[in-house]
Design a protein around this ligand. Structure first.
Ligand code: GTP
Ligand code: MG
Length: 395
C-alpha cells in the first residue's frame, strides 16, 4: 500500500489531520510534542467510480454514489524542529520514520500562531513560509547524515575490480526507497569524482538532496486557514515550487464526526455539506463559519491534499480489475470489487502482478471491459480503466 507521511513542526495540526482522515484516535493538543510515538492508520484517496458510467451504482462499501475511496496508509509522526537532524527536539528517530514514506505532506500552520518549536505566539507573527523550507532542509540534512555514515562501505566496495558506483549507492539507499533507476537518474544530474574516496562532504550532500527530492516528493498543506490572515496562502504559494493546499484539518474532523452522528450530509472531499440533523445555535454558527471557509477554498482541503500527494506527486492511476468483462464483477457477483493504485504508464501485466504474483506469471492477455476489446501487453492503462486479466492462474 502507498504510504503518505505527515511531516511538520510541532503543533501544526498533523494529528488533527490524521484523526480526520482515518477516524482513528490520536492525541491532539495546543502544545508541542503531543505526538511521541508515530500513529499509523488507513485513509483513502477519492476518485470517480467507473459505475457512474452504468445504470446502477456498484454498491461497493468504498463507493458512495459514485465517489470511490481507495485505501492508502497514513503516518503521523512527531513534530520536527530546526536541528532535528542533529537530535534536537524529539531527535531524528522521527525522521527515520519517514524512510517508509512514498510521499510527504508537510503540514504548516498558515495562521502563523506558533513558532518554529510549535509554541503558541501572537497569531500572524510567524511566517509560515519558514516552516515550508526548514522541514525540507531537515529531511535533506538527515539523509546527508545517513550517506556520510555509510560512505566508508562505498569506499570499501570501490576496491573491488567490478565496482559500480550505481550499484553501491543503490545498496546504500534502497532502504530509503530509492531504486536503481532513481539512483541512476540522480547521478546523471550530478557532477562527481569517479573515486568515492575523492567525494567531498558537499558532493555527498548534493547526492542526498537529489535523492530525497526524487524519492520523497512533497505537498504543502497550509493548515488552519480558518484562522489565517488574509493572503497567507498566496504568500506560501509564491515562496515555494511545491503544490500548496489550503486546509482546515479541524474543520474536516468536525465534519466527519458530524456526518457519523447523522447531523450533516458530507462525504470526504465534498466541497460543501448540508445540515440534516438537529444542531444547537453554537453548533450552527460553527458549521456556518466552516461552510464559508470551505466555499473560499473548495472544501476543507484534507482530501484535496491526499489526492494531490498520490495522484499528482506520485503520478498514480486507479485501475479496477474484474473477472467478468460484461458485468464488471468478480467470481461471486460483486460489482467493481477492487481498485488498485498503480504508477501512470502501467500495463495490464503490471496490474496482473499487483493482483497476485501467480496471476502475473500466468498472464495470457487482457480485455478492456469498457470496450470489450482485447488490449496488448504494452498498452498503457488510464485512470478509471476496468480490466479483465486472463491468466493460466486465473479462476
Ligand atoms: N484553527 C485551527 N486549529 C487547528 C486546526 N488543525 C489543528 N488545530 C489545532 O492545532 C493544535 C495542534 O494540533 P495537533 O493535531 O495536536 O498538532 P500536531 O502537529 O500533531 O502537534 P505535535 O504532535 O505536537 O507535533 C490543536 O490545538 C488543534 O486543535 C485547524 O484547521 N484550524
Ligand atoms: Mg501530533
Amino acid at each position: 500500500m502507498i504510504t503518505v507521511a505527515l511531516a511538520g513542526k510541532p503543533n501544526a495540526g498533523k494529528s488533527t489531520l490524521f484523526t480526520a482522515a482515518t477516524m482513528a484516535d490520536a492525541d491532539i493538543a495546543n502544545y508541542p510534542f503531543t505526538t511521541i510515538d508515530a500513529n499509523r492508520g488507513v485513509t483513502h484517496v477519492r476518485t470517480e467510480c467507473p459505475c457512474l458510467d452504468r445504470d446502477e451504482r456498484c454498491g461497493n462499501e468504498r463507493c458512495r454514489d459514485g465517489k470511490r475511496y481507495v485505501p492508502v496508509e497514513l503516518l503521523d509522526v512527531a513534530g520536527l524542529v530546526p536541528g532535528a537532524h542533529e537530535g534536537k527536539g524529539l531527535g531524528n528517530q522521527f525522521l527515520d520514520e519517514l524512510t517508509n514514506a512514498d510521499v510527504v505532506v508537510n503540514v504548516v500552520d498558515a495562521s502563523g500562531a506558533t513558532n518554529a518549536e510549535g509554541e503558541p505566539v501572537e497569531p500572524g507573527s510567524r511566517d509560515p513560509l519558514d516552516d515550508v523550507s526548514f522541514i525540507e532542509g531537515e529531511m535533506d540534512l538527515w539523509l546527508t547524515g545517513i550517506v556520510d555514515r555509510n560512505w566508508e562501505s562505498v569506499e570499501r566496495k570501490s576496491r573491488s575490480p567490478d565496482f559500480e558506483i550505481e550499484a553501491a549507492l543503490t545498496d546504500m539507499l534502497t532502504g530509503f526507497g530509492a531504486s536503481e533507476g532513481d539512483v541512476a537518474t540522480v547521478l546523471r544530474g550530478l557532477e562527481y569524482p569517479d573515486d568515492p574516496k575523492a567525494w567531498t562532504g558537499d558532493d555527498r550532500e548534493a547526492l542526498a538532496r537529489a535523492v530525497r527530492r526524487r524519492t520523497k516528493p512533497i505537498v504543502v498543506v497550509a493548515n488552519k486557514v480558518d484562522a489565517a490572515p488574509e493572503g497567507a496562502v498566496d504568500r506560501i504559494r509564491e515562496g515555494t515550487d511545491k503544490p500548496v493546499i489550503p486546509a482546515t484539518a479541524d474543520g474536516e474532523r468536525a465534519l466527519r464526526r458530524a456526518a457519523e452522528a447523522g447531523v450533516v450530509d458530507y462525504d470526504p472531499g465534498d466541497e460543501t455539506f448540508e445540515i440534516v440533523g438537529d444542531v444547537s445555535e453554537s453548533q450552527r454558527a460553527g458549521l456556518d463559519a466552516l461552510a464559508d471557509a470551505m466555499a473560499a477554498h473548495g472544501g476543507t482541503g484534507v482530501q484535496t491534499a491526499l489526492n494531490a500527494a498520490v495522484y499528482d506527486r506520485l503520478d498514480q492511476i486507479t485501475v479496477f480489475p474484474v473477472q467478468d468483462a460484461a458485468k464488471w464483477t468478480d467470481g461471486t457477483g460483486n460489482v467493481l470489487p477492487d481498485a488498485f493504485l498503480l504508477p501512470a504508464g502501467s500495463t495490464p501485466p503490471d496490474l496482473a502482478y499487483a493482483v497476485h504474483t501467480d496471476i502475473g506469471e500466468g498472464y495470457l492477455h487482457a480485455v478492456d471491459a469498457r470496450s470489450s476489446r482485447r488490449i496488448g501487453e504494452g498498452h498503457e492503462m488510464s485512470e478509471g480503466d476496468v480490466i479483465k486479466i486472463v491468466s493460466t492462474a486465473g479462476p
